[in-house]
Design a protein around this ligand. Structure first.
Ligand SMILES: O=C(O)[C@H]1O[C@H](OP(=O)(O)OP(=O)(O)OC[C@H]2O[C@@H](n3ccc(=O)[nH]c3=O)[C@H](O)[C@@H]2O)[C@H](O)[C@@H](O)[C@H]1O
Length: 450
């Protein structure tokens, strides 16, 4: 199999893609007992394949395009059209006074948090452009529905990957962004064991590419980005404070988010980028992520399917500091509003710049069985519960945020408890998918739920 075909197994925008390993080497091995000339041919083919593979990988990075290394090829060259430029310009136009207004690039805009933050910014009159690669980590129809919602509110979502240098340069030139809300990432704690490359592609390579573009932009934007409560890993000092140790990640997902925080430090230190990391604590709500427990439990309860409820050591219930999406949006907007300007110019730092990390949690952990109790109440249906020991897949037993830093800096006060938040989620879920729980059933009317 030629190397180009081998690479076609990898997506440029990774998602839930099964990487089928080439069985070329297997076939070569099985024929190893044949003639000497076959053996020579096989050796040459293996060497040629390896040489081309290495060359392909090296040319991908030396050409300036930061691609995902093990996950991929460079994204296809982007060529802006007149129509595309018009849409970007229009979406960037603020509707409030120039001094007050921000022009924000929201990456991951068709994602759960990205959609809500984009809407909130647009509603108060900021210029907002979205960017999303629409990967298939979970159902893309939900991402497209969020995109429809955004476009109805005047937010144009550019389809593209944060690793696409050409696209990002064109966007930054047009947009002259004052801020970047960076939410594009490969999410999910447990999926990291199935597709580690996608975490490297989005959470490491993509982050570096975005910082490179921001550092070179004139003016440099201030950046607020999504880190994760998972960086606390096996930390058992509660509640988790920003100054606690974060050097024991329990999953590759957590490790890439922790790495992102270190990379942020570097770009702040060398180039004067103003960077704020937000450690989100298990965010849930309407338009949420189908891979998360509250969402998949809802689906399975309605279908009469059993759900797995994990327990920790000694059968102890797991607990999360579940945080409602509206509270997270307030935190994101607060972080944007208090972000100072970057200090660099022409890729050079001219003075020290702001570097912050905040917990955005709810400060009241709830156990997973209690979450299921609440869902049963609002779904009016009993769950079939399988209680099983937590698999060794990167999970942590509990999370609990100390939010006093965010409180002091931008008055962050979460107001929605899990009961109220899940009630709103269930209402949205039933209106979106229909009571019959057929996922293809679209009842529309979603705007009222936001
Ligand atoms: O705060 C974060 O930084 C992360 O939050 C979220 O991770 P988690 O807190 O692990 O949420 P989620 O998967 O909903 O599992 C919730 C609970 O249900 C338990 N759980 C899960 C699945 C299952 O089948 N059974 C079960 O008991 C499970 O053991 C856990 O106790 C985001 O997905 C992640 O992207 C990141 O943003």
């Amino acid at each position: 199999m030629p190397p180009s075909t081998m690479h076609d197994n990898y997506p440029s925008t990774p998602g839930k893609v099964k990487v089928e390993r080439s069985n070329y080497f297997g076939r070569v091995a099985s024929r190893w007992h044949t003639t000497a000339s076959t053996r020579l041919l096989a050796c040459t083919a293996v060497l040629l394949t390896l040489t081309l593979f290495v060359f392909y990988r090296m040319s991908g990075t030396s050409g300036g395009a930061i691609d995902g290394g093990i996950v991929g090829r460079s994204v296809a060259a982007f060529k802006p059209t007149h129509q595309w430029e018009l849409k970007v310009r229009q979406s960037c136009l603020p509707k409030r006074s120039e001094e007050e207004a921000m022009v924000v690039l929201v990456t991951g805009a068709a994602g759960f948090v990205g959609t809500h933050v984009s809407l909130a910014l647009k509603k108060r009159g900021d210029g907002v452009v979205g960017l999303d690669n629409f990967n298939d980590y979970y159902e893309t129809s939900l991402k497209r529905a969020r995109q429809d919602l955004l476009e109805k509110h005047g937010v144009f979502v550019v389809e593209g990957d944060i690793n696409d240098e050409t696209l990002l340069k064109a966007l930054f030139e047009l947009g002259q962004f004052t801020h970047v809300m960076h939410l594009a990432a490969q999410a999910g704690v447990r999926y990291a064991m199935q597709n580690p490359g996608s975490y490297v592609h989005s959470n490491i390579a993509g982050l570096v590419n975005l910082f490179e573009i921001c550092k070179a932009a004139n003016p440099q934007p201030a950046i607020v980005w999504a880190s994760s409560s998972s960086v606390y890993g096996l930390n058992n000092k509660v509640p988790f404070s920003e100054s606690d140790r974060t050097d024991q990640p329990a999953s590759l997902y957590a490790a890439t988010k922790k790495a992102g925080e270190e990379i942020a430090h570097t770009y702040n230190h060398i180039y004067g980028l103003s960077i704020t990391g937000l450690r989100f604590f298990t965010v849930y709500g309407p338009w949420g992520r189908p891979d998360m427990a509250y969402f998949s439990f809802t689906r399975d309860i309605l279908r009469g399917k059993a759900i797995n409820i994990y327990t920790g050591n000694g059968g102890k219930d797991l607990a999360r500091d579940f945080t409602y999406i509206d509270d997270i949006v307030k935190g994101c907007v607060g972080a944007l509003d208090t972000a100072e300007k970057s200090t660099g110019s022409g890729g050079k730092k001219t003075g020290p710049a702001q570097l912050r990390v905040f917990n955005l949690g709810n400060t009241s952990p709830v156990t997973v069985p209690t979450l299921v109790d609440i869902l049963e109440k609002y779904l009016k249906q009993k769950a079939k519960r399988n209680i099983i020991k937590m698999p060794r897949n990167g999970d942590v037993p509990f999370t609990h945020a100390n939010i006093s830093y965010a409180q002091s800096q931008f008055n962050y006060h979460p107001t929605t408890n899990l009961d109220t938040g899940l009630k709103k989620f269930v209402k949205w879920y039933l209106s979106y998918y229909g009571v019959g729980t057929d996922h293809k059933l679209w009842l529309g009317d979603h705007e009222q739920i936001v």
